[in-house]
Design a protein around this ligand. Sequence first.
Ligand SMILES: [Zn+2]
Ligand SMILES: [Zn+2]
Length: 426
Amino acid sequence: MQIKTLTPLWTGNVDGKCKTIKETGIIGSLRWWYEALVRGLGGYACDPTSDKRCELNYKKFDNSIKNGRSIQESLDEQICPVCQLFGCTGWKRRFKLELNSEKLLNAPFIIAKPNESQRPVFLGYYDKTGKAYKNKGGLVGGFEFDLIPENEGNIDLLGLLLQLSIDWGLGAMTQKGFGVLSSKENFKNGEKDLSNLPKPRNENTYSLPLPKIDQFFFYKVPIKTESIGMITKEISKGLFKTMSDKKKGNYLEWDYMSFSYIPSAPWVKRSIRSLYSNKILRHYLMGFVSMKETKPIHLKCWKHSIKKDKRKYWCVNCREGSIDKLILEKTASKIHVSHIYNQNFYKTGKPSWEMKLWGWIPEIPKKIGVDEKTVQKILKSNLVSVDFWENTFGVEKCPVDVDNILSVWGPDPELIVKQGGKLYGL
Ligand SMILES: [Zn+2]
Ligand SMILES: [Zn+2]
């Protein structure tokens, strides 16, 4: 695989920095897309971050084989199809990823503060001491790696997961503009039969919905070439290298010809956020972290109403206590926005600018008071609206070629498999 970055790549370390590319970051993305796909196809994929993640008991597995069952049957009995390929406790990953070469540079760290937004967005690693700003904005350039499956039958499957990751999001911070890549490779159509997956297990305890690809939406938004200068000028006023630059008002003039991207994602995210006046809904969709003024959400009454007293949680709304499992302290954005990037950056020919926008809208809990159909309708009508894009970038002439926006809502997972991870030509 030969890959080039269109927007910076972020495969963070445990310390939150990203100095070099990490195999685990790539593998984590492939796994995430596979989970969403398997769930979309009606199968069960465990949540590896929860206590419900799979675990293989080898003794049980061994007995099953001795009783004449196949390896596949014995695995299906215990672990989900995603863990069968990506591994879990008791079962190792069934492919290798080897990085061959990398020609990656550090992208500049940027603090973005779109007008009217309360908190600045850190595009990269933010050191609280304020000393380590330089070159902590992710990686840009090209890299090469091999994917080597144990079983050749998995080549097409890995290819389609890679296609989805490259096109829509690889690595972390894809909600904030990172992780759109390009590759010369064209993957073969998936031939693996994914239709015969185990059905969902019954879950008794309450759990939040997990990504499911048939609930996803995808947009490719073309930006008018003549508007790039204006957009960059407007955005630059809200870009800073350091917090002290921000205080002094020393903004950063972005040089859009030297980079493959313009750090525009925070502007689009702010605009989308403003479409949802219901605070709980907005936090549920766009993500939040509980802090002093934003208490954790009680998942029973769906209010920011959780207080912590002497290590015990209780709800100030419904007065329930000892509820440590029904609390949402933070959640990531379900809506991902790429920066604007030049898809011809590595090719000869004129620059061609576009951005991607995608995400998933799960069932919205009734207590929130807005249903998912309404959430979709608001997003759909605004993303093709001239006003929306003019307001987003603060320019007078619409910078988006709205007639040529491409979008897919609720894609058919089987078709994604047939198309090798390509989304209807997007
Ligand atoms: Zn699993
Ligand atoms: Zn409550």
